[in-house]
Design a binder for this molecule. Structure first.
Ligand code: SF4
Ligand code: SF4
Length: 319
């Protein structure tokens, strides 16, 4: 596929694989983890955010909208956007423009017109060529540092044809590729993509299927099967385990993950990612409930204990 919906492109990243990288975040994810740090990336479609508290009532959006979807409030009553999967936050009072989300085409023209940064379009359609133009710009940094391109999300395999095209384009230019994936995809998709992936950053949260379904919305079976299949075929894999209070920070959950990791024929280490609550504000801005509102980051001592548990299974712990 020659185009896809991109949520963000982060240059000079040092946290998304080896060296200095360009991280390309694709929109859409089949999971909905309670602790997701990028909830605005879950829907596959572009979305509009309105930060109504920033609005200065200038009316530029009203004039710019080609669909006549934004009006002053006396002309049209405020609509309930949340039920349509849109994102609205803050309270602009009664005199700010209101949006008819049934008319809105998510074109983003109003966001371009808004000087107050009160409107934003999340997700934009980009061609493979447009993404690659961004990626190749930093080839000198990749060569110097051992970096390259990382595809992340959302879940890159949710747009697997676009992902495949981007990976192929990188390999054709000799650029190192990393795929940051939750692993929830059909094997036939992974099998087509994997020849073009130099490193998998593979997320694993829990082994208990009932609990996994509860906190992510998806079964864990396909994730484990795909992970083992990649490992058996000799792929470079770093397991990424977010350690989430009340979800998988107990000894049993950690032991199950460590034992599974130790049973894989090839694994290049585990990253244990400590929970932090930075996403809580995002959920508030998006007017969505944050299921982990009461969770507190684990102490350094507890994280050290968890690392020792994993190391006890002979698995390399990288963080
Ligand atoms: S995204 Fe486009 S259609 Fe929707 S309100 Fe803004 S300008 Fe109008
Ligand atoms: S352009 Fe932005 S600041 Fe101006 S009225 Fe529209 S939302 Fe408010």
């Amino acid at each position: 596929m020659s185009s896809g919906v991109v949520f963000d492109i982060r240059k000079y990243s040092i946290h998304d694989g080896p060296g200095i990288r360009t991280a390309v975040f694709l929109k859409g994810c089949p999971l909905a983890c309670w602790w997701c740090h990028n909830p605005e990336s879950q829907s596959p479609e572009p979305e509009m955010i309105v930060r109504a508290s920033r609005c200065i009532r200038c009316g530029a959006c009203v004039a710019a909208c080609p669909e006549d979807a934004i009006t002053w409030p006396e002309k049209r009553p405020r609509m309930n956007a949340d039920e349509r999967g849109l994102i609205v936050s803050g309270d602009a009072g009664n005199d700010a423009p209101v949006t008819d989300w049934d008319r809105c085409e998510r074109c983003g023209i109003c966001a371009d017109a808004c000087f107050a940064d009160a409107r934003e379009r999340i997700g934009r359609e980009m061609t493979v060529d447009a993404v690659m133009a961004e990626v190749v710009r930093d080839v000198a940094f990749y060569d110097e540092s051992g970096g390259g391109m990382t595809l992340s999300g959302g879940e890159p395999l949710a747009q697997w044809e676009f992902t495949l095209a981007l990976l192929r384009a990188c390999k054709a230019r000799g650029i190192h590729t990393t795929l940051d994936t939750c692993g929830f995809a059909s094997w036939s998709v992974l099998d087509q993509v994997r020849p073009y992936v130099d490193l998998f950053l593979y997320d694993l949260k829990l082994l208990d299927d009932v609990r996994h379904r509860e906190v992510t919305g998806a079964p864990v079976g396909p994730i484990l099967a795909n992970l083992r299949a990649l490992s058996e075929r000799g792929h470079a894999i770093r397991l990424r385990v977010p350690v989430i209070p009340g979800i998988n920070d107990d000894d049993d959950s950690i032991r199950h993950i460590a034992a599974f990791a130790a049973s894989l024929p090839r694994l290049d280490g585990i990253d244990l990612l400590p929970y932090h609550a930075i996403a809580a504000d995002k959920y508030a801005r998006m007017n969505r409930p944050y299921r982990l509102a009461d969770a507190r980051p684990l102490s350094e001592e507890r994280m050290a204990e968890i690392m020792e548990i994993v190391r006890g299974y002979g698995v390399l712990v990288k963080k």
